[in-house]
Design a protein around this ligand. Sequence first.
Ligand SMILES: *Cc1c(COP(=O)(O)O)cnc(C)c1O
Length: 397
Amino acid sequence: MPGFELFGNQERKELQDVLDNGVLMRYGFDGMRNGHWKAKELETELQKTFKVNHAQLVSSGTAAVSVALASAGVGAGDEVIMPTFTFVASFEAIMMLGAIPVLVDIDDTLTLDPKAVEKAITQKTKAVMVVQMCGSMGNMDALQEICDKHDLLLVEDACQAIGGTYKGKPLGSIGDLGCFSFDFVKTVTCGEGGAVITNNREYYINSDHYSDHGHDHVGNDRGAESHPLLGYNFRISELHAAVGLAQIKRLPEFLAMQKKHYTILREELSKIPEVTFRTVPEGGEESYAFLNFFLPDLETARKTMEAFKQEGVDVCWNYYDNNWHYVKEWHHLKDAKSLYPLSSDIKAELTKLKTKDFSQSDHFIGRNISCLIKLSWTEEEVKERANKMVKAIRNSL
Ligand SMILES: *Cc1c(COP(=O)(O)O)cnc(C)c1O
């Protein structure tokens, strides 16, 4: 997945443009910048790549999720349904707005189970956040149907699935709003950065203002601009945008490499009858950023991880005991260990997490192994890796 593996001359060239004029900020300083608007150019590229009308760059993927929700009016007391398997950023972004994260089970897609989503809807539910984990996606038709029926927003966190598609549409472009991260380990990197994409002009305008202190961005005198609404600072810098601009143009190259490496590994692993693969919804095509497979049980998955270590097979994870990606070890969340007071309705929901039954999620995450697909591997290395993986799995069964 990580675009940083192939950082090279294109990235250096875009960065040099910014260094040559010294305008590190994305707004203003029109005269000094010699026509270089890296953030604006990257936004245009994102619109083309993800086939949407609007893209708003921000400082991180976490900021993107928060800005997306805020731009559609999600805030204090609103419930946002999210999965048990994701990155901690999901609940952080929700809670930053005073909204309430409601965690629900995943299914064999490793993303939101539509049935669990429907069960969790209350009078306070405002949005459903599907997290397109590890290069693939949720059942978008089923989720969209639920959102339509209950008049809820559908927000897509596509941070880990840049380049995946569902029924011909890029992931991120399907829901009301889509979010990307361009942090250092994502398929496309800016170093740090993120983006909100949408076809809704009002949400876009809101995200543009909200991510820059409420600036309306009218005219060319920043100091004289008006502030129609309250905002914060989630701006990206020109330096970061410059790196992303070089990287986004290389996305087709990155995706082709991911697919090639993924396919070699998958074909070898398919020879083991006990190995099954995550379900990709009909009409979906993964980004191939990860290869995810299931073993018969948690015990075998743990043994396999141990055997991978012995064989030197790195960048694979069983997320069951992981601190950052799965609800089981999110004790700081369950104990509401906040530096500052949280609202009573957020605390009440977090307390429930200590006793909520997530055995369905345990069933899938416990048996799953998720392997990152690197861009820098040679074909030889991938083949050698495939053989080591098969050997380690066979020995663990
Ligand atoms: C990386 C990631 C984020 C957060 O992105 P940052 O840019 O690191 O803030 C959010 N959601 C998912 C699923 C991610 O993988």
